[in-house]
Design a protein around this ligand. Structure first.
Ligand SMILES: NC(=O)c1ccc[n+]([C@@H]2O[C@H](COP(=O)([O-])OP(=O)(O)OC[C@H]3O[C@@H](n4cnc5c(N)ncnc54)[C@H](OP(=O)(O)O)[C@@H]3O)[C@@H](O)[C@H]2O)c1
Length: 283
């Protein structure tokens, strides 16, 4: 069924982005897709148009620098496009010890994962509120709920996305706009390879496929949920992290995300000894 609402999806060339594009296109929504690689964007647009008969427009853009979201909104204005559904999906991780990651790469990640998400919400929300209807899907992570040793800046950035989403969902009550955080666990995409995390325990057990994550995200968004955690295993991990001592949660998060070379170096390291005070303290 053809829909009249327009969907903007960032990071459309990635694994989850493509799955989200297919999900919305299957439901008949016209799309505006963004990414850095024009060849991949054009190929995706052709596939979606052929398979689902929807209109797909392309904006080629690097979100990893200052002013990128403003440029994107300027391009939308020139196209005469009104965005009814915003999917802030573009993002990447950076595995390894904090002190070994390049400062420039950490900054780029904050631009994509934090600045662009914030600014696109800020610039596109007023139009949605004025029209009395809108949806925003911010792709956060299971790592939004816990500190992430060996993927620290990424998890902190996704904690920000979750916090922002919850706050905006509350502020938008009664306006017709719903704001949702999608919090996937490990998912088969190019993410692990790009973050240098393929060797980690996290990407060796219970990895979901992107189509399942996209379908659950879409359903949660349309139902107006504030937080969506796809998959039983991820939900279980979330509930455990709520009730376990915070020091143990942080330790196990680090053990899951530690690159193999570090895991081997510290293979005799044991579980942290929890005193009652440490175990229940928030780090
Ligand atoms: N896969 C997982 O295990 C997992 C788990 C939890 C959350 N997530 C989140 O899911 C979202 C999608 O990631 P994915 O798993 O689909 O990974 P992916 O396959 O690597 O796709 C990432 C997407 O983000 C785009 N992107 C990265 N840096 C960008 C930049 N500077 N400017 C513009 N676009 C940029 C990429 O575009 P290019 O093709 O141009 O690089 C690509 O389209 C991310 O927010 C990620 O944090 C993933």
């Amino acid at each position: 069924m053809k829909q009249s609402k327009t969907v903007l999806i960032t990071g459309a060339t990635g694994g989850l982005g493509q799955a989200l594009c297919r999900q919305f296109a299957r439901e008949g929504y016209p799309l505006i897709i963004t990414g850095r690689n024009p060849t991949r964007l054009a190929a995706l647009a052709r596939r979606l148009q052929a398979a689902f008969g929807v209109e797909v427009r392309i904006v080629e853009l690097d979100l990893g620098c200052q002013g990128a979201a403003r440029t994107l909104c300027e391009r939308l204005r020139q196209m005469g496009a009104e965005v009814d559904i915003l999917v802030n999906n573009a993002g990447f991780g950076l595995g390894g010890p904090f002190v070994e990651n390049a400062v420039e790469k950490q900054q780029e990640m904050l631009y994509v994962n934090v600045h662009a998400v914030t600014e696109l919400c800020r610039r596109l929300l007023p139009g949605m509120i004025k029209r009395g209807w809108g949806r925003i899907l911010n792709v956060a992570s299971l790592g939004s709920f816990v500190p992430g040793p060996y993927n620290s800046v990424y998890c902190a950035s996704k904690a920000y996305v979750l916090s922002l989403t919850r706050a905006l969902a509350q502020e938008c009550r009664g306006t017709g706009v719903k704001v949702t955080a999608l919090c996937p666990g490990a998912t088969h995409t190019r993410f692990a390879h790009r973050a240098g995390m393929e060797s980690t325990l996290l990407f060796r057990v219970g990895v979901m496929n992107a189509a399942q994550v996209a379908a659950q995200g879409y359903r949660g968004l349309m139902e107006g949920k504030t937080v969506v955690i796809p998959g039983c295993q991820n939900k279980a991990a979330y509930f455990l992290s709520r009730f376990a001592p915070q020091q143990l949660v942080t330790w196990s998060s680090g053990a899951m995300q530690k690159p193999r070379r570090h895991a081997q170096r510290e293979q005799h390291a044991s579980l942290p000894r929890l005193t009652r005070r440490e175990g229940f303290s928030h780090q």
